[in-house]
Structure formats: structure tokens, C-alpha cells
Design a protein around this ligand. Sequence first.
Ligand SMILES: [Zn+2]
Length: 247
Amino acid sequence: MRFIEKNIKTNSLVIEAKNILETSGHYNHSDRVRDIIRILYSGCCAFCESSIEDSSFFQIEHFYPKNIAIYKQYDKSIENLHYSCQRCNTLKGRKLQTKIFSPNYFLNSNQWIETIEEKIENEMYYIGYLLFSYNSTKKSIDRGNETIKLFDLNNFNGFGRSSRQHLVESRLRVFDKIYNILNVIFEMLIRYDKKNNDAIELLFSIVSRHTNRTSHFSTMVIHNFGSDLIKLLEIYSIKKNTVGNKR
Ligand SMILES: [Zn+2]
């Protein structure tokens, strides 16, 4: 689960989709609207962050279900449409889920309010490839936990109907890959040799790609490796400059 930037006032893609939806009526009538939603969500599921390579096919999901009469009017609101893998869409079901985060906008007295990115980031975090929730005060809803449970993000249900074994394994693969690359960079920096600069920079660029918000599981990579990556980049920059100056 992560926040998706979807500014309905300034993002030209969102404005375009809004205009098409107002005139054509339904996202199903326009390939362009479906494309825009896919681009906004970087081709990753709004709820489990998986990409098409880790998941089944993708669907456009209504956060406020269209089968509930009072939400029918939001059927074609871009604020209500999210890119979702088929499994998350199914687990979310056709009822209103009041205890989970919305990826960007939520309704308050018929008004769309923007979710705060930090809210999601501060309430759910990764340790390794598993997601946890900072269990907030007893009185408030623990949205982190509810989200993890509903979408079975840690594969609690094992081999059951909602098993997310594949999802957890995909996250583990990304985690291991980044962990190994950072270790190699670390070793190369200890035995620093100028002629390895190209190789080191290539490895850095691979890791950086995974921290980009357009990559699947980027939240996990940033949570686990963000500060290590910055430290290694600093060390590299120092080594590169001092060794370069000596010659
Ligand atoms: Zn999903």
C-alpha cells in the first residue's frame, strides 16, 4: 500500500481523464482513461504494490463501491478509481471498507479529501519483506493492520483462498537482490579501485531504480535500504575524489 500522487487540480493527466469521464461517462468507454490510471499508478497495484509480472491481471477498482446506491454517483469520479491487481480487488470485495487507507482521496460529507502521504508511510512499515503496523492508540482504527489483514499482504492465510504467497515471494526476491547488490558495492568500496568505477555506478543505478516510486515494492526498498544507500553513495563520492586527486 502506498500513496499515489493524483492531484486533480494540477496534474494534466488527471484533468484529461476527468474531462473524458465527464463527457463519455465511464472508464470502460475510454482506453485513454484506463491508460491514464495505469500511468498514474506506475502499473503497480494501489494496495499490494505488485506489478503485472508479480500478479494476475489488473482491474480498475472503485474505493467506494458502485453497487452501493449512495456511492453510485462516484462511479465515474477519477478520485474513486484505482489501479488494482485482480486479487486485491477481489479481497476488497463489493462492500465499503471503512478501516483501510485510500490510496489518495477519500470522501467526507460528499466532499473528496486528499489522503496524506505521510499518514500511510508512518503507519505501515517494512521489516525485511514483511509489512507491519505501528499499532496506534486503542481508540483509533489501526488502518495499517486492517490493510495488511484485508489484502493478506504478509500471506497470513497461507495456502488458503486469499494466499499471497506469490506476492510475499516476489517482495523477498526484490529484497534479496538489493541486499546482495549493496553488499557487493560495500566490498568494492572497501577494496576501492578506480578502475571499478563504472561497475560501481552501474550497481548504484540498479538500486536507485528500485527506490523510484514507479518501481514495484519501492516503499519496501526505501524503508529497508534508503539510509544505507545514501551512506554508500557518500563513501563512494569521497573515495572517488580522494583517489582521483592523488594521481
Ligand atoms: Zn494488489
